[in-house]
Ligand binder design. Structure first.
Ligand SMILES: [Zn+2]
Length: 375
């Protein structure tokens, strides 16, 4: 992957490029960034730059044999470890490398949910086991095929089980010469402190709205205003922004659905709410999740509107008119309740809750919250 294909993060790219050109390559590094920040994409660009035999000032050449092998994830000196759902006790990541390559080449911004879906194992939790740690140790102790660096990239090391983490720790303590171990993680809280303390941290923050906006324009050639709207709704997570971009038609549908729902709840129109619940129950889980994300975005924007920070609110025509009427019902007292209720509903949908019961319950919560605001 080229640095220029990684969305945003210009300063981090420059730092990484400089460190390679100055020969300051740390033996153990942790690229820590939340989901949708592009930490894996950044590592792939970094490793390609490290191996490129014709480095340019601001990127790898993209055409030398090393670049070509790394861009296809088939370089013999770059080893990939990642969580998998073992079919046999002694399974290692390499047994699943073909689907992993496909998944990453198809989407270097992927998350675990997408990866497990790729394996056809949506409902299971993968781990990185001790056999994989042993494999890393073995691979790193061998001579490099091409005489240069050997890299071990460990994606989602939060999923190392304890024996595997302990074995990895030993490798981190005494890394063989010219080896680089790179951990690519979302949450440092889920990792052993002893591992964290032995790695050099490269922090990848959430993407800024304008970085996501530009990323969406590049990928989808969409209008600037629309991209900006989607970016504002994504909370710095490119995965969410891209998903919403693929469902652009549904933004309007979601708006109408949300506006109707709030009106019915406000009027305490139980019959109307029941009809509305039937409608939303029929649209399927993925769309229900989008709807809740969108609804929560509108509610948060109301809070912003209330604080008078109007220029933060990226909204057009109908939405803006509705929001101005609706915003006074979102107060500093009930905002957190809305956020908790919507987030909980979202999680329940993910866990296959019955949508009719779920949206009926949520409607009553909203009805009570809306009608208990003193004006
Ligand atoms: Zn190259």
């Amino acid at each position: 992957m080229l640095f220029r294909s990684v969305i945003g993060h210009h300063e981090i790219k420059n730092k990484l490029i400089k460190s390679v050109n100055n020969g300051r390559i740390s033996h153990a590094q942790l690229f820590l960034g939340p989901e949708g920040s592009g930490n894996l994409a950044m590592v792939l660009a970094y490793v390609q730059y490290l191996f490129c035999v014709d480095r340019k000032e601001d990127d790898s050449c993209g055409v030398c044999p090393s670049c070509l092998k790394i861009s296809k994830l088939v370089h013999p000196d770059v080893h990939f470890s990642f969580p998998f759902i073992a079919k046999k006790k002694e399974d290692i990541s390499n047994n699943y490398i073909v689907p992993f390559r496909d998944a990453v080449l198809n989407d270097p911004y992927l998350n675990l949910i997408k990866w497990y879906a790729e394996l056809g194992e949506e409902k299971k939790q993968g781990i990185i086991n001790v056999y994989e740690s042993a494999e890393i140790s073995k691979k790193l102790s061998l001579k490099a095929y091409e005489g240069g660096y050997k890299v071990s990239l460990i994606w989602m090391p939060e999923n190392l089980n304890i024996p595997a983490a302990n074995k990895l720790l030993k490798i981190l303590e005494e890394p063989p010469d010219k080896t680089v171990i790179i951990l690519v993680a979302n949450e440092s809280e889920k990792m052993l402190k002893t591992i964290l303390s032995r790695t050099q941290l490269v922090k990848i923050p959430r993407l800024r709205n304008e970085e996501i906006t530009n990323g969406l324009i590049d990928k989808f050639e969409m209008e600037h205003d629309l991209a900006e709207n989607l970016a504002a709704m994504s909370d710095g997570n490119y995965l969410i922004a891209r998903e919403n971009a693929l469902n652009v038609g549904s933004v309007n549908e979601n708006f109408e659905l949300f506006r109707d729902w709030m009106r019915l709840c406000f009027k305490k129109d139980i019959k109307g709410v029941t009809g509305w619940v039937q409608k939303i129950a029929a649209i399927g889980r993925e769309k229900q999740k989008h709807f809740l994300t969108y609804g929560l975005h509108l509610i948060r924007q109301c809070a912003v509107l209330n604080y008078g920070v109007e220029n933060l609110v990226n909204m057009g025509g109908d939405e803006r008119v509705f929001m101005q009427k609706f915003a006074p019902y979102i107060t500093h007292k009930n905002l957190q309740d809305y956020i908790s209720s919507f987030n909980l509903a979202y999680q329940h949908i993910q866990r296959n809750a019955n949508p009719k019961i779920l949206f009926t319950d949520l409607s009553f919560e909203v009805l009570i919250m809306l009608n208990s605001v003193e004006k």
